[in-house]
Ligand binder design. Structure first.
Ligand SMILES: *Cc1c(COP(=O)(O)O)cnc(C)c1O
Length: 342
């Protein structure tokens, strides 16, 4: 049985490349949290949460937003808000809502989930989406929602690919949801505004605790009617929090201050991938803030060197190295030095 619990001392690793979820709130963010105005959010009285929800809706050009503790809960509430029991969600085989959320939409919500293959660039093909939609036939579930993801495995999916898939969905009367756990990484890489990336979708989930550095929190952004249904579902799922403005304040701080640094993470990923190939350690590809590396025969040497330097590295076949706010210039230099030594 997989159990990720460890007795971690803070700062256990010199550099932690496993994920951008490992960031810890910095002093400025903690100060913002300490000063947060709070109230009971189930009564709609937490000013910090209300402020964050308005801010996110404005940023994405939608009516309103809903704050949840996790991206998983936002995605689940979104799918259940769009679909009734027995209805069907079309998504990608490797997309998070299908592959990494314990199939909550099916188990807890009674939704059918139909995955279609994910193309090399991370998109779903419009033809596959169209083909997945069921005809009006009582042998089959009613197809109701297309759920996309951007970025996927770090890849920023271009607007034209997104538009082709969402147009196929609209032609079949499906609603559209975007799992944007790394929404702002996609905006940065594509050079588009949040409102532009959000335009093809009825709802967008964005996560505050990945590259943005907040300790927790996700926003579901969309039209008033669907967000109102999601608000009831959030309560049902146990996500109605009370004085959670202390967490929302971290999210507000992240939106105000931490977006520009995403470009630094992307630049470091580019230079890391180039360096791995230049020193002949293997093949590597950068995708926004991630580097996918195949160290080949050098893999055991790399693993040993990383362990000796107290650098955490996640290997799932290929190595996935994730750059984030807590990998600053010094940490990045240590990472490069360790790879060169290997
Ligand atoms: C991490 C992630 C999620 C879930 O985030 P949690 O905060 O762990 O619930 C959802 N979708 C994608 C694409 C992710 O990368």
């Amino acid at each position: 049985m997989y159990d990720a619990r460890q007795i971690n001392a803070p700062g256990r690793y010199a550099v932690d490349t496993r994920s951008d979820t490992v960031t810890r709130p910095d002093a400025a963010m903690r100060a913002a949290m300490a000063e947060a105005e709070v109230g009971d959010d189930v009564y709609g009285e937490d000013p910090s949460i209300n402020h964050l929800e308005v801010r996110a809706a404005e940023l994405l050009g939608k009516d309103t937003a809903l704050f949840s503790p996790t991206a998983t809960m936002s995605n689940l509430a979104a799918m259940l808000a769009h679909c009734a029991r027995g209805e069907e969600v079309v998504t990608g085989t490797g997309y998070h809502v299908f592959a990494w959320e314990a199939r909550g939409a099916s188990v807890l919500g009674g939704l059918a989930m139909t995955p279609v293959p994910v193309a090399v660039d991370g998109a779903l093909e419009a033809e596959d989406v169209a083909r997945a939609v069921k005809p009006d036939d009582y042998h089959m579930p009613v197809t109701r929602l297309l759920s996309l993801e951007n970025t996927h495995d770090g890849r920023a999916i271009p607007m034209d690919r997104t538009q082709a898939a969402t147009e196929a969905a609209r032609a079949a009367n499906l609603a559209t949801h975007l799992d944007g756990a790394r929404f702002f990484n996609a905006c940065e890489a594509l050079g588009v505004t949040p409102a532009t990336l959000a335009t093809p979708f009825d709802t967008v989930q964005l996560c505050l605790s990945k590259g943005l550095g907040a300790p927790a929190g996700s926003l579901l952004v969309g039209a008033s009617d669907v967000i109102a249904r999601a608000r009831r579902l959030r309560k049902m799922l146990g996500g109605g929090m009370r004085q959670a403005g202390v967490i929302a304040a971290a999210g507000l701080h992240a939106l105000d201050h931490n977006l520009p640094a995403l470009a630094d993470d992307h630049a470091r990923a580019e230079s890391l991938a180039r360096e791995i190939e230049t020193i002949g350690l293997g093949t590597a590809r950068a995708a926004t803030n991630m580097v996918w590396a195949d160290f080949g025969e050098a893999a055991p040497r790399v693993a040993r060197a990383m362990a000796e330097a107290n650098i955490a590295l996640k290997t799932i076949g290929h190595a996935r190295i994730v750059l984030h706010r807590d990998i600053d210039d010094d940490a990045f230099d240590l990472l490069l030095k360790t790879l060169r030594a290997a």
